[in-house]
Design a protein around this ligand. Structure first.
Ligand code: SF4
Length: 513
């Protein structure tokens, strides 16, 4: 039994969830400097930068989706791995109780949330032995939005816009560019990719994820792979996908490639996409006490250098052209909006994501949705321990909207919803539904959970709590909640435009080979 191991692991989880490592901060700072501040991409990055600083200063989750906790543990010979595994699980439950992790472990058959992030397969813990005297624990928190944009290719194959990808490094380059292009804003760009060439389907994905433990500024020791990494970085940032898929010059902040041997018949390229909320840290521990001896990826447990200069005003960087919207909203107000408008929403916003959408297809909503703003969001909420203390939202960014595509148009029409807030955009069926019913899709900045939590004045109520806190229907009173109209009621979609424009660039990059 190591007396400090549990506390050290809780500290590691807390830091990882709330404070981005210096290499990611440096990459994001460079992105902020690249995009012009008054562009959509520039505004999104300013919000992201504020969010990063806010999360570190209040020790709140950087993004409300605190992801799948994945631990890579190296132990000296003789360490009791059974005991360490139990303590890591206890640390995960404790960090969840403290609101540093959102309850994210859901029974795949019943949909029931375990409430403490423990369950079959969660958290993921990998052990290895090594010859060092200390214990090393590395942790990555990778959320669902970016996990869903992972991709695996079996070469040779044909790719949209890029043509044939052969079994060569050139084919690998094309696959990575294709994956970045497909991710658009759904994985909260700018992101980073870990890539594995080879292996089998299982080991390929694992090795791809392991590449994300490399720092963004390191150099691949294999010169051939280093060249591909560099080429992808240059080309992906010419795609014009931009921050959150809003268009711009920064789509990728890192590309890390590894290779495993493969069977002669197989040639997989596995890609693990991580978002800008690239939460990865590690510690070295004294193997006799479990106390933290040193941090990996950061100097010490002191707060990181802020993203924004001291004195930068908090809040949305306004241009004076923002349109205030008070919920409930009328059809006339909605029809006046067009793609590119920035709105500031005040009044009641109702959350709803996967479970709520499936529920509303068969049941009446528990609250009136006429004129409502429906927010695709699974917040982190805590309840005061004392009698009479209510709910508090501590992180509340948007989730990926495309998952609700099969339901959205019908729910808008049936219940009179006027605005949907989410991220990454929606498809043709929803676009047609917005036009028919007089509604808009508003894109908020993905992962900016602290920023948006500060726009919430009050939790007015909650319904369907039996779905678990991320999936419940929270009624939130907000003030000046900023979002961009990216799909309007006239059939226009910024997402479609950016996808087409970036597809044309991709075509040129494909023709290069
Ligand atoms: S920043 Fe976006 S993709 Fe990343 S975990 Fe948060 S919501 Fe998911």
């Amino acid at each position: 039994m190591l007396p400090h191991f549990l506390d050290s692991t809780v500290e590691l989880i807390t830091r990882t969830s709330t404070d981005l490592p210096p290499d990611v901060r440096a990459a994001m700072r460079s992105a902020v400097q690249t995009e012009a501040p008054q562009t959509r991409g520039g505004q999104a990055l300013t919000i992201i930068a504020q969010n990063i600083d806010q999360a570190a200063s209040c020790e709140g989750p950087i993004c409300q989706d605190t992801g799948m906790p994945t631990f890579e543990v190296k132990v000296p010979v003789g360490a009791n791995q059974i005991e360490l595994r139990l303590q890591i699980r206890e640390a995960v439950a404790e960090a969840t109780r403290r609101g540093k992790l959102r309850p994210n472990s859901v029974d795949s058959i019943t949909g029931e949330n375990s409430g403490d992030n423990l369950g079959p397969g969660t958290p993921i813990i990998h052990f290895d032995q090594w010859l060092e005297p200390e214990i090393e624990v590395k942790l990555i928190l990778k959320g669902g939005g970016c996990e869903n944009t992972n991709a695996q290719y079996a070469l040779p194959t044909d790719l949209d816009h890029l043509g044939r990808a052969d079994r060569s490094l050139e084919g690998v380059r094309k696959c990575i560019l294709h994956a970045v292009w497909k991710a658009q804003g759904k994985g909260c760009s700018p992101g980073a990719v870990g890539v594995c060439i080879g292996g089998d389907r299982t080991s390929g994905y694992l090795h791809a994820k392991e590449q994300l433990f490399r720092t963004l500024d390191d150099m691949n020791p294999d010169e051939r792979l280093a060249r591909v990494e560099q080429a992808v970085m240059e080309e992906a940032n010419r795609l014009t996908v931009g921050p959150m898929g809003f268009g711009g010059q920064t789509s990728l902040i890192g590309c890390k490639i590894g290779a495993l041997n493969r069977l002669p018949a197989s040639f997989f390229v596995s890609i693990a996409y991580d978002c800008w909320a690239f939460r990865r840290l590690g510690v070295r521990l004294d193997a006799t006490t479990g106390a933290i001896a040193s941090w990996l990826y950061r100097e010490a447990a002191t707060p990181s250098v802020p993203m924004l200069p001291a004195g930068t005003a908090d809040g949305f960087p306004r241009t004076g052209r923002e349109i205030p919207l008070q919920a409930p909203i009328t059809e006339e107000q909605i029809r006046a909006l067009k793609v590119g408008d920035v709105v500031l929403i005040s009044g009641r916003v109702v959350t709803g994501r996967d479970a709520v959408h499936a529920h509303l297809m068969k049941h009446e909503p528990p609250v009136d949705l006429h004129g409502a703003v429906l927010y695709h969001c699974g917040p982190v909420v805590t309840k005061g321990a004392r009698e009479g203390e209510g709910w508090k939202v501590t992180a509340a960014g948007p989730t990926t909207s495309i998952r609700e595509e099969p339901y959205q148009a019908e729910i808008i029409k049936r219940y009179g919803v006027r605005a949907v807030i989410g991220k990454g955009g929606m498809g043709a069926r929803t676009l047609a539904g917005l036009k028919e019913s007089g509604a808009v899709y508003l894109n908020a900045v993905g992962g900016a959970a602290q920023f948006y939590a500060r726009c919430i004045e009050r939790v007015a109520g909650v319904s369907l709590l039996e779905f678990g806190t991320p999936e419940a229907m929270w009624q939130l009173d907000v003030r000046d909640f900023p979002a961009i109209v990216t799909m309007d009621s006239h059939g226009n979609s910024l997402h479609k435009e950016i996808e087409e424009a970036s597809g044309a660039v991709l075509e040129k990059l494909g023709a290069r080979s």
